[in-house]
Design a protein around this ligand. Structure first.
Ligand code: ARG
Ligand code: ZN
Length: 877
């Protein structure tokens, strides 16, 4: 059942041309496919084996010769044709499919009455028989025919070459994509849609028509997505020298979509969540998410489409690289340090957790049962960190040389992460990088742990830094070898300034930051000419995805918080200090002692608050304590209630102790004139709402009044939802009315209602599970819609105190939902099931309850491969 990387063989036949015709009717769609095939002479002769799923085969012909049932073999998953002519042929097949009953949202399906497709990774086989693998690249010609009135818009990849009327009120459009592509990039849309339009002229003078299609009524929510697209196109030319390659670029936003978006060639299909935004309906996070995801999908045109993956084990070739590119882009458009802190926070929250559990896998996995389970934080976010490490090791210019060589060599091909590494290596022959060791980032799963200490010797003016690395076993990988870890670092002198850095044996000192290569299990770095005892600043900008534990004193951390020239590490020092303090309180509580918040920490937060005016966005992040989930990762056995109690105590203490400056911060950053999503305006809203959250944590009367007033009068959704979330998590008497007023106002806006579901699912109040259960039958909820599932059920699984509540009711609830979703949408079911993965990190009673729930899911009849893989791994690992 498992597919293995080492079993890869090239296909026996190529498919060079694909001619598709879709006859869309209510109740059924007839698909005619004509495949121009040719033998691959590099592998032994074999049959043409086509993949298919849930297809009804109506006819097969080779050339003009219809085949009888004895001429081919048809099983539920494959259509096999023997004895095809060596010099090639056209294979024609007619199949019947039923998009209207497709609840898995894979292949051709309907969303709000409109037809759309999702083919990555293996959805094309639900449309027609095909070699559904990314190394088979073809040019496509697609004819779509449907009722004109119901489906006025007919779209596919490439250029519209012809269109016309057909009998019975029907019409058709013919699309041609000149660029060879794997079938996972195929797309079709037919529906009643409206569009907004703009233009972009590429650097070399190509005029591109840009269109965003949405359901009628949403045309006023597309402006930000269009601006983001234009910025992305310009940025890719400037930063990577990459231009768009067709005269038309279409985006379609649909309300039912399993993931964020999809980079189909020239016809990106998006979850509405990543397109629609108006200041009164979308938060700053939504605006930033749209900018990033629009860029991400656009950037795939080169990193994914022009150069694609040989097989799905190489997924990070396109995803890791494209996430790194969207991170660079968003850093350039906004504040780079703020973006980096947000990206690292996310990496730690989701990817480090994955690495530490039963579903841990390398950036380039070696086996899978269901590839959809591998669209993971490891492949995406850790994959992006691998790209960032190339960039750190080679420098911006060396990295760019590698990128240029990659495209010079591989444009139009389906390649591997090894090919990418080879391009980086060959473009930088003068760089002393051990590439074989670097390659382990793709092969070894798990998060390396780096520890160390430093000693200063005043007489010899030397500073010796000792670093050690270990990598714990992960499922299937008991023994690990040392990684090549780039350590971007500086030594901060007593005056707060970076000291010159000169390693023993070097002639010249480097001022500021330099990159050390940690390659051994333990390694010493001796710096000479160090004038005074320094505090080392390690992994500046988070130069490698590792867990660092360095023997800093609290005073060292406070010093770095104030003085480190690297903003990321200023933030990091504060987080390390906070985590240390919080875990200490958790331990005190577990030992039956009182929890006492040290004054020094409260003072440090006061210092941060007093500098809020200098950089509001950064201050908002520095004021945010490490999340409960992240703190849990730092414990052997996760003390859910202890973590929550400690964190709430600290938040309340800060709220009481700094009441005056919190109020001043609130008022100083409120009411800033015309709405804008500039980084400055977003930063002011963030720090204002962070201050409000502390006041609310302290149960402050004035804070409560401010939250209510903000909820009632704010015009932007960021402020409305920030206030409502605080109210919803409180015992304020106005809570119920505020929630129902919001629902009454926004019931026609599904994306806004998602926020409403989410804030209720994430409340730490003891009633949360009961309320979430009741919300399942709210008219605005629909378990077939992935966004609703993520907003209510997904958000609940991230709510540590509620989901992991003693007694196991949260686990039982989730098992029921996974079993229900398994029948409807295996991809979504499996994503929800992943919340069980770390069950072994809780106490014995919780483990027992989680195991019962997991086993119940495991014994469900007709369990999808998706859910089976996650649940069986969780029970094994
Ligand atoms: N390639 C898409 C992206 O990263 C993700 C599509 C994944 N879809 C899926 N069903 N696995 O932008
Ligand atoms: Zn992607």
């Amino acid at each position: 059942k498992a597919i293995l990387l080492k079993d890869y063989v090239a296909p026996a036949w190529w498919i060079d041309t694909v001619d598709l015709s879709f006859d869309l009717h209510e109740g059924e769609t007839i698909v005619t496919a004509r495949l121009g095939i040719r033998r691959n002479h590099e592998v032994p002769r074999g049959p043409l084996v086509l993949d298919g799923q849930e297809l009804e085969l109506l006819s097969v012909a080779v050339g003009s010769r219809p085949l009888g049932p004895d001429d081919y073999a048809c099983t539920p998953d494959h259509l096999t044709l023997n004895d095809l002519p060596d010099d090639g042929a056209v294979v024609e097949m007619v199949t019947r499919i039923h998009p209207e009953s497709n609840t898995a949202l894979e292949g051709l399906y309907k969303s709000s009455g409109n037809y759309c497709t999702q083919c990555e990774a293996e959805g094309f086989r639900k449309i027609t028989y095909f070699q559904d693998r990314p190394d088979v690249m073809a040019t496509y010609r697609v004819r779509v025919e449907a009722n004109r009135q119901a489906y006025p818009v007919l779209l596919s990849n490439g250029n519209l070459v012809d269109q016309g009327d057909a009998a019975d009120g029907r019409h058709w459009a013919l699309w041609e994509d000149p660029w060879p592509k794997p079938c996972y990039l195929f797309a079709l849309v037919a529906g009643k849609l409206v569009h907004i339009e703009d233009r972009y002229r590429t650097r070399s003078g190509r005029d591109v028509a840009l269109r965003i299609y949405v359901e009628p009524g949403n045309e006023d929510k597309c402006g930000h997505a269009m601006e983001s697209l234009i910025k992305s196109m310009r940025w890719d030319e400037e930063a990577y020298g990459l231009e768009y390659d067709l005269d038309i670029f279409n985006i379609v936003a649909v309300g039912d979509f399993n993931m964020g978006a999809m980079e189909n060639k020239s016809l990106n299909i998006f979850n509405t969540k990543y397109i629609l935004a108006r200041p009164d309906t979308a938060t700053d996070t939504d605006f930033l998410g749209i900018e990033t995801v629009v860029a991400h999908e656009y950037f795939h045109n080169w990193t994914g489409n022009r150069v694609t993956c040989r097989d799905w084990f190489q997924l990070s070739l396109k995803e890791g690289l494209t996430v790194f590119r969207d991170q660079q882009f968003s850093a350039d458009m906004n504040s780079a340090p703020v973006k980096r802190i947000q990206d690292v926070t996310r990496l730690r929250q989701v990817q480090f957790a994955e690495d530490a559990g039963p579903t841990a896998h390398p950036v380039r996995p070696e086996s899978y049962i269901e590839i959809n389970n591998f669209y993971t934080p490891t492949v995406y976010e850790k994959g992006a960190e691998v790209l960032r490490m190339y960039h750190t090791l080679l420098g911006a210019a060396g990295y760019r040389r590698g990128i240029d060589l990659y495209f010079a060599r591989h444009d139009g091909q389906a390649v591997t992460t090894d090919d990418f590494l080879a391009a980086m290596r060959d473009a930088n022959p003068d760089r002393a990088v051990d590439w074989d060791q670097f390659r382990r980032w793709y092969a070894q799963a798990g998060t390396p742990a780096v520890s160390g200490e430093g000693t200063y010797d005043a007489p010899s003016r030397t500073y010796r830094l000792t670093l050690r690395q270990t990598l714990a076993p992960t499922p299937g990988q008991p023994d690990k070898r040392p990684m090549l870890i780039p350590v971007s670092m500086g030594l901060v002198g007593p005056d707060g300034r970076d000291l010159p850095l000169k390693l023993a044996g070097e002639d010249e000192a480097v001022t500021g930051t330099r990159v050390l290569a940690l390659r051994e299990a333990e390694q010493d770095f001796t710096f000479t000419g160090v004038a005074a005892s320094p505090v080392p600043s390690l992994f500046r900008g988070f130069s490698a995805p590792v867990k660092l534990s360095f023997d800093y004193t609290d005073a060292d951390l406070t010093f770095l918080m104030a003085h480190d020239s690297d903003p990321f590490n200023r933030w990091e020092a504060g987080q390390t200090l906070a985590a240390r303090l919080l875990l200490g309180l958790v331990a005190d509580r577990a030992a039956g002692h009182d929890m006492i918040v040290p004054a020094s920490f409260v003072d440090a937060i006061g210092q941060t608050l007093s500098r809020a005016g200098e950089d509001p966005a950064f201050t908002a992040l520095a004021l945010t304590l490490p999340s409960e989930n992240y703190l849990g990762q730092l414990m052997g056995v996760i003390d859910v209630d202890g973590i929550h109690a400690a964190r709430e105590l600290v938040r309340g203490t800060i709220g009481r102790s700094h009441r005056a400056s919190l109020l001043a911060t609130y008022h100083g950053n409120a009411g800033q004139g015309a709405f804008s999503v500039s980084p400055e305006a977003i930063g002011r809203r963030a720090v204002k709402n962070a201050a409000l959250a502390y006041l609310m944590a302290a149960g402050d009367g004035e804070g409560r009044a401010l939250a209510l007033a903000q909820y009632r009068t704010a015009t932007g959704m960021t402020d409305v939802i920030a206030a409502l979330a605080l109210i919803a998590d409180s015992d304020m008497p106005e809570r119920a009315d505020a929630l129902s007023a919001f629902a009454a106002k926004w019931r026609q806006e599904p994306l806004v209602m998602d926020k409403w579901f989410m804030i209720q699912a994430t409340s730490a109040r003891p009633e949360t599970l009961a309320e979430v259960r009741a919300l399942l039958s709210h008219p605005g909820f629909n378990i077939r819609n992935p966004n609703k599932v993520y907003a209510l059920i997904g958000a609940f699984t991230g709510n540590a105190v509620a989901f992991h509540a003693a007694g196991g009711a949260g686990y039982e609830f989730l098992a029921d939902r996974v079993i229900e979703l398994n029948r409807l949408n295996p991809q979504v079911a499996s994503r929800m099931a992943k919340a069980f993965a770390r069950w072994r990190n809780y106490d014995a009673e919780r483990q027992a309850a989680a195991k019962v729930a997991l086993e119940r899911v495991a014994h469900t009849p007709d369990l999808s491969r998706d859910v089976y893989e996650i649940v069986s791994r969780s029970l094994e690992g």
